[in-house]
Write a protein that binds this ligand. Structure first.
Ligand SMILES: Cc1cc2nc3c(=O)[nH]c(=O)nc-3n(C[C@H](O)[C@H](O)[C@H](O)COP(=O)(O)OP(=O)(O)OC[C@H]3O[C@@H](n4cnc5c(N)ncnc54)[C@H](O)[C@@H]3O)c2cc1C
Length: 371
């Protein structure tokens, strides 16, 4: 029996997991390796801010794949041996594959000196741990505020700060939230107006913003910036930009400068026709794509088609990314900031639209995994 292995079950694989029956019907074994449930990034900062319960943000991928006749292993890929067509797992097990698809995601680069009071924005499940920790700190009787430093002023850092502010009065201690960004504006790379609107919202929420303040290291409970400033914290959130999973480099296959697996327009490794991939861990050779879930989600049906077609010797489908994607940031105050190309709008209707899109997306998979 041919075996197709899915390494990771994130935004780029969820659709394939749901369609496991298509593999089963053809006599192909579909095996998913995933260390935890799928966590949906669209609802993640709302969960952090207490608006959504954690269950709403997750899909049980093991139940979902098994309901279609596929297999699941709760484990992590440690190493990939492309010559032996073998995946080595952290548990010590090894698996051979006929085809392999990578959806291992991304994480912020580790800041030197990181302690257990530092929370990366990925994996998304960290945001639940962060939520619990902030609540715990807020209930410790102390006159001094609980100090939260967010390193990074991109979309993830701004959303996290805004939604932490949305937690409001939690207990006896107020929260003191600061964003430290290496740039001289928020949301650098997006329209300047988007950064200015976000700045206004964060300032209104009582958040301090420090520009040109790249966090370079952590020394005990201080974030140390490039120019030597020392910022004390009780909790630090690392939102310094996402880099592909380091497991990709174990393949020895061609990658981009950040270590993303270089894939052609069929989402197939340019160095090995038996390996496909999608989402943040790959680099689309034809065009640089931002690390956004919307791209990963649209890659999924193409990956599904191409894995089946490659196994059966049929023609592969090219992936054509949309020219621009709609991004809606949850600003934690009941408004959303919509950005598409140069167009920017902050309103309650944008937040409502985001809520509707995100609940509908995740609901499509939860209904099946819970039935
Ligand atoms: C706070 C935050 C909010 C965001 N909000 C949005 C948004 O609203 N809209 C949007 O479009 N994008 C958003 N993004 C970006 C989005 O999260 C990513 O682009 C998206 O998750 C990429 O999907 P993926 O499939 O590559 O990775 P993921 O969905 O992260 O999946 C990777 C999977 O790999 C698994 N994994 C990791 N290591 C291993 C291993 N060694 N072995 C096996 N499995 C492994 C993980 O468990 C995970 O399930 C946000 C990002 C952050 C940090």
């Amino acid at each position: 029996m041919a075996r197709i292995v899915l390494a990771g079950a994130g935004h780029a694989h969820l659709h394939i997991v749901k369609r496991a029956a298509e593999f089963y019907r053809r006599g192909i074994e579909l095996l998913v390796i995933a260390p935890e449930a799928f966590w949906y990034s669209g609802l993640a900062t709302g969960m952090l801010g207490g608006r959504y319960p954690p269950e709403l943000d997750q899909v049980d991928v093991e139940t979902l794949v098994r309901s279609g006749g596929g297999l699941a292993m709760r484990d992590r890929v440690r190493h990939i041996d492309v010559d032996r067509q073998r995946v080595d797992l952290e548990s010590g097990a090894s698996l051979v594959y006929d085809l392999l698809s990578l959806d291992l995601g991304s994480a912020p680069s580790e800041i030197p000196g990181t302690t257990d009071q530092v929370y990366g924005v990925k994996p998304i499940s960290n945001l639940l741990r962060l939520h619990d920790e902030v609540r715990r700190l807020a209930t410790i009787p102390d006159h001094a505020p609980a100090r939260i430093v967010v390193a990074g002023g991109g979309p993830a850092g701004c959303e996290v700060a805004a939604n932490l502010a949305a937690l409001g009065e939690l207990g006896q201690r107020p929260l003191e939230i600061s964003i430290l960004t290496s740039r001289n504006q928020l949301l650098a790379g997006l329209p300047t107006r988007a950064g200015a609107i976000t700045e206004q919202r964060l300032i209104q929420g009582g958040i301090n913003i420090l520009y040109c303040a790249a966090v370079r290291s952590i020394q005990q409970n201080f974030a140390v910036t490039e120019d030597g400033r020392r910022m004390p914290f009780d909790v630090l959130v690392n939102a310094t930009g996402l880099k592909p999973s380091p497991v990709v480099s174990t393949t020895g296959l061609p990658t981009d400068m950040d270590g993303g697996l270089l894939v052609d327009r069929f989402l197939r490794s340019v160095g090995d026709p038996r390996i496909f991939g999608g989402g943040d861990c790959v680099s689309f050779a034809a065009r640089d794509l931002p690390k956004l879930g919307v791209y990963a989600v649209r890659e999924a049906p193409v990956l599904l088609h191409n894995l089946l077609a490659a196994q059966e010797g049929r023609i592969l489908k090219p992936y054509a990314p949309q020219r621009r994607a709609l991004m809606i940031l949850n600003l934690g105050d009941g408004t959303g900031l919509a950005i598409r190309g140069g167009w920017v709008l902050k309103s309650r209707a944008c937040a409502w639209l985001k809520d509707w899109i995100d609940r509908a997306f995740v609901g499509r998979y939860q209904d099946l995994s819970r039935s």
